[in-house]
Design a protein around this ligand. Sequence first.
Ligand SMILES: *Cc1c(COP(=O)(O)O)cnc(C)c1O
Length: 492
Amino acid sequence: MKNGVGTSGLILDEPLLWEKGKKGRKGMSIPHSDVPQAPLDEELTGTPVDFPDLSEVDVVRHYTRLSQWNFGVDSGMYPLGSCTMKYNPKINEKQAATPQLAAAHPMLDDQYSQGVLQIMYELQNYLADITGLDAVSLQPAAGAHGELTGMLIFNAYHQSHDSKRTKILIPDTAHGTNPASAALCGYRAIALKSNENGMLDAADVRELMDEETAGIMLTNPNTLGLFEGQVRQIADIVHAKGGLVYGDGANMNAVLGVADMKKCGVDVLHLNLHKTFSTPHGGGGPGAGPVCVTKELEPFLPVPRAWKDGDIYRLEQDRKDSIGRVHGFHGNFGVLVRAYSYILSMGAEGLRKASQLAVLNANYIREQLKDTFHLPYPQPCMHECVFSDQLQKDYKVTTLDMAKRLIDYGFHPPTIYFPLIVHGAIMIEPTETECKEDIDQFIATMKEIAREAKEEPDKLRNAPQISKVRRLDEVQAARCPCLTGPTLPAEQ
Ligand SMILES: *Cc1c(COP(=O)(O)O)cnc(C)c1O
């Protein structure tokens, strides 16, 4: 486009629609009127809005080009560890868009919402089955929101036992939302160190757990992609002191139909429907973080919940011990429909198979790359594997450089610098939806990047070359977010 000569195919300097518009262009053609014009009521016209004049093709190309600046699971492999960026079957989108569901009004009386309530009721039961827990709330809007709900349930439970507890144990591999959710609820987070195998030690929990501690928040499999081998002993220690066990179930994609969280000793668990159960994410939502609990904690669950009264489905509005509402109306219902549709289309066998393939794919990558990148915890992993940049350090190449270089090769970078206990972490989660050919291509690319690190390190330091933007000032972006285009016309 520059100097008016040719394009590279991908057009990365698309102007704003306001800059692109030309007076008199139209987005549609209407036949000439054969009746006299009638004046429009002045009250209806108001001040004209400054919209640009554009043709249909102007608009279609504009948005198509913008969409190509981004990367999504529909454009390629997106191995962002812990985030489960897997392909979401389009059939689930279609189901969520069913007019009777998409347009269902949340204030309709139960008798006119039977289909909606049946979906919610059955989804609650499926999620209980999948996790092994007894009762489910579909209300929370995200994983972190589920954690907060869980902490409120912890608090309500301890209050009901006249027990005042101020602390909570959180492993050093936990997602940052865990201590944040606990703190929001007034708990002081006590860090629990992982051992040399990247796992929790029951002995450490025994030492720290006391009767002022509300319980523990653990992630299983943890964020190193390792299944916590001592989870049951840990739960027993916490329970013996009157505490509760919170399970961060964001990594449930690894263990669907394999691990029973209740048998692991978990009392409260959140799921990320937008990771494991087919809602596209990455753009900031909407999502859903249902909370599953044991029978004992059911009275504290948020309202409303769907329940079945004979043949009629109802939305329960009130329960004496409930922590109350955590979301308006039915929760993020569109996300619930996707999860319901996904679970029904996969079936129990399909879900188990998905987890098995997710684990197989991650172990394949771990095996293939273990001689190229340093593997701080070398044992077999679950659905994700964590490398570090230790072998590339000598060439003054960092994890960030390698991640940026992957963009030039058409892959989304993995999660980097997390979990915090691995210096220069590269956390790869391929998910079950990648085929062997694509995974092999990813592995070959990672090996090529390792070669470049040694022989042509500047290629990495200057990456990415082909993206819309190069290296961003992430601190500036977080501190001074600019949420509008700088050249938008001033408000009138
Ligand atoms: C994603 C994630 C969360 C938070 O979930 P959100 O929906 O982003 O709030 C919590 N814990 C783990 C382990 C996660 O991967």
